[in-house]
Design a protein around this ligand. Structure first.
Ligand code: ADP
Length: 397
């Protein structure tokens, strides 16, 4: 059984074909700058990576090009019939979708209701689904939500202390995101630990970052909120700040709601403090060379992550394992070390020598980097596999 996994962004389309007989990716790539004159697609299969320059005015042409390429010269299928189902990454399931779901007209209508909760991503997600329905009539499509894994949060964790009617009428609450990554990594951790009865903290640290507390396989708290803006300091997002600072800056700088949205989502975080760019590799290099602003950025970022770990240890009533994943979590030893520094009182003791060797020797895979009571792992996330697995589970019958 082969599953096509699609992640439709506002101007991009990421895709993978996963063979469920061995859970291996047989083809993958990305269509970028859709809707512009220089749209292009990268395609990787059979160990070859190619670039296809092609007009892609909309996502429909992009999906059509993906399907044609999959059947072409360096293809992985002879006909569309070999694709058994399509799994779509969908940003927001709100409280409507607590699990992945087979897409029907009724489900599509409910997804439309969630557009106001994810105005940047949801229209592209829905468009991707509709295009697949048109281009591959009769093929089952499954929606896999970034929010679903966090639907197990207790109400006192997901409610904001705002007037209750805004929860009832506007659906304002914490939802959490990166759910497929937190699900995958926590499942891997419980498998490695050999028991589901565990208290695990997952640190997904990339351009977007979030942390979750997972008890006995269920998520009980997570750092992102109504939107992915809450929580940690990220590439260009500010994360938690005093909400009154927003009003103060808006008034002083005479900013509109849209301008403030851009300020908090695109101009803050690493970019806001470091100022050169939002690439954490540069921050890391400059920090190691003693640059003052990079040091501030590095210290702010790692301090906030450490605080969340302490807070989630309290939420969980202890901690058995801490897992690092995402571009920064998987690749930056110095960051993992700094985050764990001072957490010895919890039983966290990093194997510093091995932790730094991972980067210098480019070690890969799931690695134990601690020698204390609390296990600390570096685990590669695999969101596409979770989407494919859910799609397989829901469509196999
Ligand atoms: P996204 O959230 O877009 O999926 P990723 O998970 O790919 O992002 O993470 C991208 C981030 O990881 C970037 O800030 C990048 O600089 C950082 N990163 C990747 N490798 C390293 C490394 N070796 N050291 C420090 N940061 C790294």
């Amino acid at each position: 059984m082969k599953i096509l996994v699609l992640n439709s962004g506002s101007s991009s389309l990421k895709y993978q074909v996963i063979d469920m007989s061995n859970e291996k990716t047989v083809a993958e790539g990305i269509c970028e700058r859709i809707g512009t004159a220089d749209s292009e697609m990268t395609y990787k299969a059979h160990g070859n990576k190619t670039k296809v320059e092609h007009g892609m005015p909309t996502h429909k042409e992009a999906i059509d090009l993906v399907l044609k390429t999959l059947q072409g010269e360096n293809g992985v299928i002879k006909s569309i019939e070999e694709i058994d189902a399509v799994g779509h990454r969908v940003l927001h399931g709100a409280e409507t979708f607590k699990d992945s779901v087979l897409i029907t007209e009724e489900v599509l209508a409910k997804l439309e209701e969630n557009v106001p909760l994810g105005p940047l991503h949801m229209p592209a997600n829905i468009m991707g689904i509709k295009n697949c329905m048109e281009l591959m009539p009769g093929k089952p499509n499954v929606a896999v939500f970034d929010t679903a894994f966090h639907q197990t949060l207790p109400n006192y964790a997901y409610m904001y202390p705002l007037p209750y009617q805004d929860y009832e009428e506007l659906r304002v609450r914490k939802y959490g995101f990166h759910g497929t990554s937190h699900k995958y990594v926590s499942q891997r951790a419980t498998e490695i630990l050999g028991t589901k009865e565990s208290k695990v903290i997952i640190c997904h640290l990339g351009n977007g970052s979030s942390i979750s507390a997972v008890k006995n396989g269920e998520c009980i708290d997570t750092s992102m909120g109504l939107t992915p803006l809450e929580g940690l300091m990220m590439g260009t997002r500010c994360g938690n700040i005093d909400p009154a600072a927003v009003l103060y800056v808006m008034e002083k700088r005479n900013m509109s709601i849209n301008e403030m949205d851009t300020y908090m989502n695109k101009k803050s975080g690493i970019l806001g403090i470091y100022e050169k760019n939002s690439d954490f590799r540069n921050v890391r290099d400059d920090y190691l060379n003693g640059d003052e602003r990079a040091t501030l950025t590095f210290n702010m970022l790692t301090y906030r992550i450490k605080q969340y770990i302490g807070s989630y240890a309290a939420t969980l009533g202890g901690v058995d394992a801490i897992c690092f994943t995402g571009g920064i979590g998987e690749n930056s030893g110095v960051t993992r070390e700094k985050i764990c520094e001072g957490l010895e009182f919890l039983g966290v003791e990093i194997d510093k020598e091995f932790n730094s060797r991972i980067e210098t020797e480019r070690l890969d895979g799931e690695l134990l980097i601690s020698k204390g009571k609390v296990k600390v792992y570096r685990i590669n996330t695999n969101e596409e596999l979770v989407i494919a697995e859910d799609t397989y589970r829901i469509t196999k019958n």
